[in-house]
Ligand binder design. Structure first.
Ligand code: HEM
Length: 249
């Protein structure tokens, strides 16, 4: 797909069909793992007991959790291998790699929010918050996979590793589950629904498209590259009616 194929008047293609399907898979698998996992952790709550009975008892809940865990693990492995092949052999931009600019962007934005700068950070395809969220979920997901597998086959694991690994894996798995739930419920839902930039709902990962206007505000560096225009020309149009002025100054 050439860069001009990505642009449709006022809409820009942001995510491919493969990415849209992958995101659905993540919603379904993580959603199922959170619900079936937390209902085991907080088994004494009325809501958990209602859910466990609806699913046919605790054995069914455990079974659903484990096999959804397998689907989630395969999806994570496919995601990592596809990313490596894409970057190494197909010349994909490694746009999720954290670099020095992400740290300076975070500082610049804090200064902007407290009125010490006249424009927010000028970001590329992913901003520092999106990268933080991505790596948090990916690394957190890999830890959940490793600890989940240890809990699945404890006797096999202790043939090779010390027994302490089992309670350690359990502590990690159960506490990180709560953390994942809170990150998704607070951070991710805020950013994709309630944040003023996207309210009432950021549809880009479901439709694959983002408005050009949002690209100007949120990903001007990528837009300049796609449209083959100078960055100054793109950012000159950001928030003209608010405090912000051209970032080229
Ligand atoms: C986002 C991902 C996941 C979440 C939120 C999650 C959550 C949980 C929670 C809350 C528990 C209950 C712990 C307790 O009783 O204190 C649990 C148990 C368990 N999880 Fe997960 N989990 C996830 C991924 C996985 C994966 C990928 C696997 C397997 C590959 C897995 C396998 C297990 C196993 C074997 C148990 C022990 C319960 C049992 O005996 O069935 N989990 N999980």
């Amino acid at each position: 797909m050439t860069d001009s194929n990505l642009i449709k008047v006022d809409k820009i293609r942001r995510f491919s069909t493969a990415r849209i399907i992958e995101h659905w898979l993540v919603i379904i698998t993580i959603g199922t793992l959170v619900v079936t996992g937390l209902s085991q952790k907080f088994y004494n709550l009325d809501l958990s007991q209602w859910f466990i009975l609806k699913l046919g008892g605790i054995d069914s809940v455990r079974l659903v959790h484990r096999y959804t865990g397998i689907v989630f693990s395969i999806a994570a492995i496919v995601h990592i291998i596809t990313g490596i092949i894409g970057v190494v052999f197909k010349k994909w931009q490694p746009s999720m790699i954290i670099n020095k600019k992400d740290f300076s962007d975070a500082i610049l934005n804090i200064r902007y929010y407290i009125g010490m700068e006249n424009h927010p950070a000028i970001c590329d395809r992913y901003n520092y918050k999106q990268k933080f969220e991505y790596w948090g979920i990916l690394i957190g997901g890999l830890l959940m996979i490793a600890s989940g597998l240890i809990l699945w086959v404890p006797t096999l694991v202790t043939r090779f590793l010390p027994g302490e690994i089992i309670p350690a894996a359990r502590a990690l798995h159960t506490n990180e589950a709560l953390l994942i739930f809170l990150i998704l419920a607070v951070w991710h839902i805020y950013n994709s629904i309630f944040s003023p930039e996207v309210f009432p709902f950021d549809t880009s990962i479901f439709t694959g498209y983002i408005s050009r206007e949002r690209m100007v505000h949120e990903h001007p560096v990528e837009l300049a590259r796609l449209e083959n225009k100078p960055l100054e020309e793109i950012v000159a149009h950001r928030y003209v009616d608010s405090q912000e002025i051209s970032a080229s100054k």
